[in-house]
Design a protein around this ligand. Structure first.
Ligand code: NAD
Length: 241
């Protein structure tokens, strides 16, 4: 682990981690805004990820929505990387109280993290819009359960991923839990996020603690507020020997 980060962690007693898509790029899941991210790679759809993943697009172009969603947001083979693993270990020591993530890939839990606030939901959970029955990701990916690529429930309703689409509200309990954890923390470690997606990025303003650490490959609008900024790969920075 980076020495500067280790020193901060050693001095802290109540840490929260806040992360985004950059936490999972080392697990081979592309983010949105990096060179290799979905913004740059997806010209073939003619629309930005924000349009393709909006509530309006889901309602009006459901078949296209699921084509994009299945091709770009589901990574069944992805495994937790060194950052996910280090955070799970840090929670076990009692110092890390919560992971707050914008990611929808479930990799923090796969690494062993328990107290995880998934601000934007999870691709692993899916619900029938008509009867509410829940389905796992394998079910919705199986063409046998789809009509024109759109997953259908046994009752005939469309199955919607439990993912917060653009234009949709974040879950209130989830936001409240995240705000509580951030407000109590003496240290907030932020990693792998461009900090431009709201309201998620605005949660930083609830932090009143001493150490604000930013770990990102590129600059963010909040760098000036941080007590420590590390421009590097988060897996490398957090890796435990
Ligand atoms: P973003 O793509 O806007 O920003 C990612 C940031 O992480 C960039 O600033 C990039 O420089 C940095 N980064 C990339 N790889 C890194 C690494 N290995 N180490 C350190 N920094 C790294 O992502 P965002 O801010 O999370 O916002 C995008 C939205 O897209 C989020 O709402 C999220 O829900 C969604 N999304 C999620 C996933 C996922 O679940 N894995 C993947 C793509 C997009």
């Amino acid at each position: 682990m980076d020495d500067r980060l280790k020193k901060v962690i050693d001095e802290s007693e109540n840490i929260v981690f806040f992360g985004g898509a950059g936490v999972s790029t080392e697990s081979n899941i592309p983010d949105f805004r990096s060179e290799s991210g979905l913004y740059h790679a997806q010209q073939k759809y003619g629309n930005s990820p924000e349009t393709m993943l909006s509530h309006t697009f889901y309602k009006n172009n459901t078949e296209m929505f699921f084509k994009y969603y299945k091709e770009n947001l589901i990574y069944p083979e992805a495994q937790p990387n060194d950052a996910h693993k280090a955070l799970a270990k840090l929670e076990q020591t009692g110092k890390l109280k919560a992971v707050i993530t914008q990611n929808i890939d479930g990799l923090h839990q796969k690494a062993g993290s328990v107290n995880v606030y998934e601000l934007h939901g999870s691709v692993l959970r899916n619900f029938c819009e008509r009867c509410g029955k829940s389905y796992d990701v394998d079910y919705i990916m199986d063409e046998a359960h789809c009509k024109h690529g759109i997953p259908h429930c046994e009752c005939g309703g469309i199955i919607k991923p439990d993912v917060v689409l653009y234009e949709e509200m974040l879950n209130e309990n989830c936001i409240q839990g995240a705000v509580d954890a951030i407000s109590k923390a003496d240290t907030m470690i932020i990693g792998g996020t461009s900090l431009v997606v709201y309201p998620a990025a605005g949660l930083i303003n609830y932090f009143q603690g001493k150490n604000l650490v930013l770990i990102n490959k590129t600059q963010t609008p909040y760098d000036g507020k941080a007590s420590l900024v590390i421009y590097d790969s988060i897996g490398k920075v957090m890796r435990l020997e």
